[in-house]
Design a protein around this ligand. Structure first.
Ligand code: PLP
Length: 433
């Protein structure tokens, strides 16, 4: 029996969602459309299998096939990012972050991370998230020009003596300088007597390091696809631990990964299972393996390049209509519009664009005074529309549609119906599946 026959209600909603995705312009920066093959791997018998543990070290029998799949996923993602160690089991980006913290921190330890209103993620120490309740997060932010304040970050490291410095963001449109942050972390470690140069360590040295060393972690969830394609500097040479989601620019199934130097591998494995998770989702791990193989292909580089090109065109189109972009533009796949000069909130803009068939999310901007459910900004990303084949010309039209839709265009004669038709037309020209 098919799903349609057995559970027509769920089936019908899935069809409606498919139609919604086909007929709207998806600009949510954290979303993408996976390949059919990634999706196929997710909907398989692998979902039936329990496999607590790791390949060849499981708590259950019958794991020979999932062992082979998980090992392939590990090998492919290590190759993709040039990492020494990989864990492909985290169920999500949030799970990956919590496991990474657990591997190297004790409750109450100090961590320096980017604040939510400056572009960080909830799991980077927000008081409403477990990360902010368990650890003592000290936030850093951006300067007036919307770029990370690396000097402030360095000062905070020396002042607060953290056990971890965290980089990476959900709403930061610029390249992140991992090398500079690494240098600050190294300088701090040197200042407390922890040398970055290899040397023979006594038991006392090891105890001291375990108690005081400051680690550097990067959450590259948003930019993972760009990193894989060499379009954003890789954090791998600089960070002790790198976490990511697999479903944003990387275009895989919803999920998380952890990459690291091999010496942290044992602690990280224990922190994922049994530390923070139970049985791995082997159907999702298979889909991750498919996604990693896709990302290793030359076409993936071209796709990522087009994402960045499209984002630049979107930024230019919006600036031409008087929109204020945080940091003035973008280096990556996303844009953050500060709407305060337009007298409209993020929520209003999101709702208005949704009526026309353009999906975006409201987003806090630096020094935002609106509540998190209102905000003064919207975040736009080009990963999903690029997957469906939008190129520069289409994106230039999207910029006009946004401006006209929010009534800040140069040519306000368009009716809502005309704008909706234009959105539909663009979608029709670029089917997703
Ligand atoms: N880290 C960053 C930087 C993110 O942007 C996100 C999600 O938006 C996450 C972690 C959490 O990922 P997930 O939603 O898979 O838990």
């Amino acid at each position: 029996m098919s799903l349609k026959e057995k559970d027509p209600l769920i089936w019908a909603y899935i069809q409606k969602e498919k139609e919604r995705q086909e007929n709207t312009i998806e600009l949510i920066a954290s979303e993408n459309f996976t390949s059919k093959e990634v999706m196929e791997a997710m909907g398989t018998v692998l979902t039936n299998k329990y496999a607590e543990g790791y390949p060849k070290k499981r708590y259950y029998g019958g794991c020979e096939n999932v062992d082979a799949i998980e090992q392939l996923a590990i090998d492919r993602v290590k190759k993709l990012f040039g990492a020494e160690y990989a864990n492909v089991q985290p169920h999500s980006g949030a799970q990956a972050n919590m496991a990474a913290y657990q591997a190297i921190l004790q409750p109450g330890d100090t961590v320096i991370g980017m604040s939510l209103e400056n572009g960080g993620h909830l799991t980077h120490g927000s008081p409403v998230n477990q990360s902010g309740k368990l650890y003592n997060f000290v936030p850093y932010g951006v300067k007036e020009d919307g770029r990370i304040n690396y000097n402030e970050l360095r000062q905070l490291i020396f002042e607060y003596k953290p056990r971890l410095v965290l980089a990476g963001a959900s709403a930061y449109p610029r390249t992140i300088d991992f090398k500079t942050i690494r240098e600050s972390v190294d300088a701090y470690n040197e200042s407390i007597g922890i040398s970055t140069k290899p040397k023979v360590l006594s038991d006392e040295d090891i105890k001291y390091i375990e108690k005081h060393k400051c680690y550097f972690m990067v959450d590259m969830a948003h930019i993972a696809g760009l990193v894989a394609a060499g379009l954003h500097p890789s954090p791998i040479p600089y960070a002790d631990i790198v976490t990511s989601t697999t479903h944003k620019t990387l275009r895989g199934p919803r999920g998380g990964i952890i990459l690291a130097k091999s010496e942290l591998g044992k602690k990280l494995n224990s922190a994922v299972f049994p530390g923070t998770q139970g049985g791995p989702l082997e159907h999702i791990i298979a889909a991750k393996a498919v996604c990693f193989e896709e990302a290793l292909q030359p076409e993936f580089k071209l796709y990522q390049r087009q994402i960045v090109e499209n984002c630049k065109v979107l930024a230019e189109g919006l600036v031409a209509c008087g929109f204020n972009l945080v940091s003035g533009g973008t280096d990556n796949h996303l844009i953050l519009i500060d709407l305060r000069n337009k007298g409209i909130t993020g929520l209003e803009a999101q709702q208005r664009l949704e009526e026309l068939g353009i999906t975006v999310n409201k987003n806090a901007v630096p020094k935002d005074t609106e509540k998190p459910m209102i905000t003064s900004g919207i975040r736009l990303g080009t990963a999903a529309v690029t997957t469906r084949g939008f190129t520069e010309d289409d994106i230039a039209t999207v910029a006009v549609l946004i401006a006209e839709g929010l009534k800040f265009g140069k040519d306000t004669k368009f009716t809502d119906d005309e704008l909706k038709i234009a959105v539909r037309q663009l979608c029709k020209e670029h089917p997703i599946y």
